[in-house]
Ligand binder design. Structure first.
Ligand code: CU
Length: 402
């Protein structure tokens, strides 16, 4: 099998086998025959800050030398190299969440993935209960009209056609009915948009950076440590009981119930960070900070992918978000060398209260109206605004069209 791969790689390098070109297109250019031993082009593992400890041997090995294209290409699919139960048990899966079939990953069903965020639940309701029935009814209605016309007014059945050209009642109806349908769609649609673009105050901010071809996750609220997330080889994914091409060595970890603000950008070309079960998809554009958010109450593991064609290994930069309890999150942060902000409680409605912006100096003399709450309303924002006083760093991005 390995020899076959090398043959393909060599053949493709010389442009001899058209079919192999696609296979080897994703290989690092200067390593035709010995791609396995070649270093990764960007050596993402090297970017990892010292003091971080991958949680098991698979992660450690993958961080040191990320999976190469031939280890994750479709060519070596097949059950022949399935790991034994013993080797699966030997891997330290206990410390990580394992995926639940049908949740957070494609499972062969048609339609949308089961949604786990409030926005996703609202959006999938809108799609499944409003849009799909309307679309189906309209399509069926038009089809029936067409068939009726074809059968009833065919030349043999209707040799002398009617000369009518106007019917006032009919014209009013076929103008008004579509308008009413559009209004009926617009109400929940605009409400959903408003909910998407007016997030609650963030409990946690994660900066997501797309790279060719891996993701990095930075936790500015927790000391600014960075996690480098590479795709796992098929064999390693199988060992962990995770789907191929979706498993990663280091996941993005967030606490359950927390409003997570995601700042999305890229280091080289345009990528797109998306997790279907969260109803989240945001372009990662170099030099620009895009913002989205999600809140997941259910602990578990949720997969996504890069959603913008970004180069040869676009299909090999999956996303895995692990939602854990606040205590597990704190432990994970500590294992990465990060710190938990003292005042921030991940499940509190306002964990950003330790922000210097939202929590101006204690010298503010009196809160308006004799408010006795612990956090006086900030005085450096206009009183009339209903928007949160923080998170103004990328408000401008909320007007984008995507
Ligand atoms: Cu990408």
């Amino acid at each position: 099998m390995k020899t076959l791969h090398k043959l393909f790689a060599v053949a493709a390098a010389f442009g001899m086998v058209p079919a192999a070109a696609a296979l080897a297109q994703s290989a690092p250019p200067p390593a035709p025959a010995s791609a396995q031993a070649a270093p990764a082009p960007a050596a993402p593992g090297a970017a990892q800050a010292p003091g971080q400890t991958p949680r098991d041997a698979i992660s450690a090995a993958s961080q040191a030398s990320p999976a190469q294209p031939e280890e994750i290409s479709g060519a070596n699919m097949g059950g022949t190299d399935a790991p034994s139960n013993a080797s699966v048990a030997a891997s330290t899966m206990a410390s990580r969440a394992t995926p639940t079939p049908g949740i957070g990953q494609p499972d062969g069903r048609a339609g949308l993935q089961d949604q786990v965020t409030p926005i996703g639940i609202e959006a999938s309701w809108f799609h499944n209960k409003i849009l799909m029935p309307i679309i189906t009814i309209i399509s069926a209605f038009v089809l029936i009209l067409l068939l009726t016309v074809i059968v009833k007014f065919r030349r043999s059945a209707n040799p002398v056609p009617s000369r009518n050209t106007h019917n006032t009642v009919l014209e009013i109806v076929w103008t008004l009915v579509p308008v009413l349908i559009l209004v009926a769609i617009a109400v929940p649609s605009i409400r959903l948009l408003a909910h998407q673009y007016s997030p609650p105050k963030a409990d946690l901010t994660v900066k997501v950076t797309g790279n060719q071809w891996y993701w990095t996750y930075t936790y500015p609220d927790n000391g600014g440590f960075e996690v480098v997330s590479n795709v796992l080889s098929d064999a390693d994914a199988k060992k962990r009981g995770e789907p191929r091409l979706l498993a990663v060595d280091e996941r993005m970890v967030v606490p359950q119930g927390a409003v997570v603000k995601v700042i999305v950008t890229a280091a080289d070309v345009i990528h797109s960070w998306g997790v279907p079960a969260f109803w989240v998809k945001m372009d990662a554009v170099p030099g620009r900070l895009n913002e989205t958010w999600f809140k997941v109450d259910r602990p578990g593991l949720y997969y996504g992918q890069c959603f913008e064609l970004c180069g040869a290994r676009h299909g090999y930069m999956p996303i895995a978000v692990e939602v854990v309890s606040p205590a597990q999150f704190a432990a994970w942060v500590a294992s990465k060398g990060g710190t938990m902000p003292g005042a921030a409680k991940p499940t509190s409605p306002d964990a950003t209260q330790n922000s210097p912006i939202s929590n101006p100096v204690a010298a503010v003399p009196t809160a308006p109206g004799g408010d006795t709450s612990a956090t006086p309303p900030p005085t450096n924002v206009s009183a009339g605004t209903a928007t949160p006083p923080v998170t103004n760093q990328s408000q401008a991005s909320t007007s984008r069209g995507n």
